[in-house]
Design a protein around this ligand. Structure first.
Ligand code: SAH
Length: 271
């Protein structure tokens, strides 16, 4: 990895790698909230919800560093470089990421750059999309009658270049959560069915989970590609595959499009 340093200078600040959770502003931790409030500069991803961005003090510098599929590595190098540069000149540098920074968030890679540059950091975990989606879609990821374990996989980057362990993921007693999988829905269903998972396994695709525009698309593994191609489906979206999805109707409690926010956002902004 490229070593970014500023010879002759000592870094003034510290980087806080912070998880913003899946969307609902109330799922931000109190620690993340406190750190955001004292930020001098915030570098944030496209996935961070507007409600959370609204909590950043107006005198803090806000930098959108959203990545575009296909341009990952170039953009990631620029982000790494920017984090280091900011840490040299500002005191509290916040790197704000959707969900949890260590789950498919490349948070580890960013920290490796900081380590190489001798910059101090702390990590604040966030509620990952799988947990948020599970709760707000009424789908427990484990349940003694349906699934003894759960696996989080990415359906994106390495497909094609690195073989997916379909055999390992096809275990019928396990729930599979697929991040970034929508564009590869057919590869995922073919891979799992080819490895022996039943085409009748219940699946859910949940878009914009935990927000007022959350939508659930329910079906069977054999029709995953059709569900993923639904023109009403918006990004980001997560797939949950497994028998636990059967519980979604009876355990569903969340009603999108209704005012669920309990805290007074205007008051929180002013804190
Ligand atoms: N670090 C993040 C994940 C980043 S990868 C986390 O811990 O949640 C981005 C993927 O996360 C998206 O492609 C989507 O699959 C999933 N995702 C993130 N937020 C989501 C949301 N609100 N609803 C559904 N899926 C979401």
């Amino acid at each position: 990895m490229e070593l970014v340093t500023m010879p002759g200078q000592k870094a003034k600040g510290k980087v806080w790698l912070v998880g913003a959770g899946p969307g609902d502003v109330e799922l931000l931790t109190l620690k993340a909230f406190r750190i955001l409030k004292s930020a001098d500069v915030v570098l944030y991803d496209a996935l961070v919800s507007q409600d959370i961005l609204d909590l950043i003090p107006s005198n803090a510098e806000k930098i959108a560093v959203g990545k575009r599929a296909g341009k990952h590595s170039a953009a990631q190098d620029e982000i790494n470089q920017l984090l280091v540069t900011k840490a040299y000149t500002r005191k509290n540098v916040v790197r704000l990421k959707g969900g949890d920074p260590f789950i498919f968030g490349r948070g580890g890679e960013e920290l490796q750059t900081l380590v190489a540059s001798g910059i101090a950091f702390e990590v604040v975990p966030g509620i990952t999309a799988a947990s948020g989606t599970s709760a707000y879609a009424g789908i427990p990821l484990t349940h003694r009658d349906y699934a003894q374990g759960v696996t989080f996989i990415t359906g994106h980057c390495q497909l094609g270049s690195r073989p997916m362990d379909w055999q390992g993921y096809a275990n019928p007693n396990n729930t599979l959560v697929v991040y970034m999988g929508i564009l590869n829905a057919n590869v995922i269903s073919d891979g799992l069915i080819g490895a022996g998972r039943s085409a009748d396994t219940p699946v859910a695709i949940v878009s914009k989970a935990t927000t007022s525009t959350q939508q659930r698309f329910m079906g069977k593994l054999g029709e995953l590609a059709q569900l993923a191609a639904d023109p009403a489906l918006q990004m980001p979206a997560l797939m949950i595959i497994g028998e636990v999805v059967e519980l979604a109707d009876s355990l569903n409690w969340f009603e999108p499009n209704t005012e669920t926010q309990a805290i007074d956002i205007d008051a929180a902004k002013a804190l």
